[in-house]
Design a protein. Sequence first.
Length: 346
Amino acid sequence: SQFLHVLTMISSLYLSIVFAILCAVVPNYYTLLLSRALTGICVGLNENSCGIFFANFASSKKMLTKGSFLFEALTYPVGGTWVTILGWLFLDLVGWRVFILLTSIPLFIPPIIMLHCCFQGQEKTKQGNSKTDKSKIPGETDTLVDSGDVPNFAARVARSSLFVFSNLCVGYSTIILAPWLIRIYKTGQGDPDDVDKCEEVVQDTDLLILTVVTGITNIVGRLIGIFLWDRVRFLIQQSTVTIIIALSFAFLLSKPSFIVSMFLVGLSKFCYSIQGVEVAVLHFDYDYYGKSRFEVGSYISSGFSMAGGVVGTSLSAFLDPYIALTVLLMIACSEIVVICFMRERF
């Protein structure tokens, strides 16, 4: 099982390099879409395998929690903010083809080296263990939980899946929603003939606005979420931030000024990030899913979280922004109900 996780991670990283190069040299729009879709598949292969690989080797529940914070609660917002800052600084200078290569390939090399070293270390460990009495060797996760199974496993997975689905749906929707609102504001004051020029939305100061609204708020929210995670009860914290998200979407439907709109989008992203800390821990929580079926529960909930990201992005990309906001408001209200039924987290 561990060999397969390592192999999956290494393979996905190598394939990501190939697809990044393909994306940079594609001759037309459709091969561009294909290369990005293949890159997305590699991200999906890598994301959950990394978490389960770490969970299986964590020495304690405390270490697993800290690792979850670093793995999901901080790496995503830092990476997203880093890319938007680089785009603001270099995209107009080097062009999008070179920009894709510069922001992807150099970052793949260090983890590939580390995984190869890890794989070699596993081989040496296996050889050493073969000479030892296996009955005296504790399991990698024996210190994490006392029981191998938990009651109501299916219900736990269903509730956690709905919770992470709603969280990612709200969070990813703001990635597209913010540029859309910027575009609406610009076209409302500019030349109507320029309505379809998407490049006007993602240049110069606009990228800096997106960095603050969807990047900086994400990082600050994660840090505050880590601080609050074990200090505020699950029901109080998660229901509060979800209500704030719902109110932000409701106020956005009233079509406020540009500054207020950007503030509300940033506020919803901030609350999503606070909640994202709980999502990061929940994905790889042995106590919640039980050791015997941990991987099944983790894969299912992670799959629903990725589905939430797809749905949220699609809503903001293909629907009128205010119709998308209405749907997202309904999803946020439904999430409040789901939170109230997650009694295992209380």
